[in-house]
Write a protein that binds this ligand. Structure first.
Ligand SMILES: CC(C)(COP(=O)(O)OP(=O)(O)OC[C@H]1O[C@@H](n2cnc3c(N)ncnc32)[C@H](O)[C@@H]1OP(=O)(O)O)[C@@H](O)C(=O)NCCC(=O)NCCS
Length: 166
C-alpha cells in the first residue's frame, strides 16, 4: 500500500484568493504563534475584524505564492524584488506537514531564477527556528509596536548567490 502524503502544489496568487488568504493569516497567527505571543499580542497582529478592501489591496501588491494541499489553500508566502519576504503563513490546521518547507523551496527557486542575491525577512519568534533550519541567520532583534502592543521579532537574512556568474 502507498502511504505517501499528497503532494503540496505551489501556484501564483489569483484574484479571488484574498479572503482565503486572510483565513490562512488569521488561523496561522492565532493557532501557531500562541506559544510565543500572548492573546493581546496575537489580537494586535491578527485582529478578528479587518478592512477587506485594504486586505485585498495588500495581497494584490504582495502577489504571494499559494500552497495547496489536498485541494485546499494551506499557506502562502511572497517574495519581493529586493529579496524581502513580507508574509509567510501556513494555515493553523496544516502545520508540520511540509507546507512551509515547500513554500520556502519555491521562494529559493524563484530567487535563483531572478538572480536575487539574498533573502531577508522580519521573522516572528515562532518561525525563527524554521527560518534558521533553512539557512537564515539573525541579523538583529526588533521590537515592533502594532496597534498599541509590543511584539518581538528578528531580521533574518540568507545569502543565496555568493560568487554566482553574472
Ligand atoms: C513557521 C511556519 C511557517 C512553519 O510552517 P510548517 O508548514 O509547519 O513547516 P514544515 O512542516 O515545513 O516544518 C515544520 C516542522 O514540521 C516538520 N514536519 C514536516 N513535515 C512533517 C510531517 N509530514 N509530519 C511531521 N512533521 C513534519 C518539519 O521537520 C519541521 O520540524 P522542525 O520544526 O522540528 O524542524 C508555521 O509554523 C507558521 O506559519 N507559523 C505562524 C506564522 C508565522 O510566524 N509566520 C512567520 C511570519 S515571518
Amino acid at each position: 500500500m502507498n502511504h505517501r502524503p499528497p503532494p503540496i502544489k505551489i501556484r501564483d496568487f489569483r484574484s479571488g484568493d484574498e479572503p482565503t488568504l486572510r483565513e490562512v493569516f488569521f488561523t496561522s497567527i492565532r493557532n501557531l504563534a500562541a506559544g510565543e505571543y500572548n492573546l493581546d499580542q496575537l489580537t494586535a497582529w491578527a485582529p478578528e475584524s479587518y478592512d477587506s478592501g485594504l486586505w485585498a489591496n495588500r495581497m494584490q501588491v504582495l502577489h504571494p505564492f499559494v500552497a495547496e494541499w489536498e485541494g485546499r489553500v494551506a499557506g502562502y508566502a511572497d517574495l519581493q524584488e529586493s529579496g524581502y519576504i513580507d508574509h509567510f503563513y501556513v494555515h493553523g490546521a496544516c502545520a508540520r506537514r511540509g507546507v512551509g518547507a515547500a513554500l520556502m523551496e519555491h521562494l529559493h527557486r524563484v530567487a535563483t531564477e531572478r538572480r536575487t542575491q539574498e533573502l531577508f525577512s522580519d521573522v516572528s519568534l515562532t518561525a525563527e527556528g524554521f527560518f534558521q533550519r533553512h539557512g537564515f541567520v539573525v541579523e538583529r532583534r526588533n521590537v515592533v509596536t502594532l496597534r498599541g502592543m509590543v511584539l518581538n521579532n528578528a531580521r533574518m537574512r540568507k545569502q543565496i548567490l555568493s560568487g554566482a556568474a553574472v
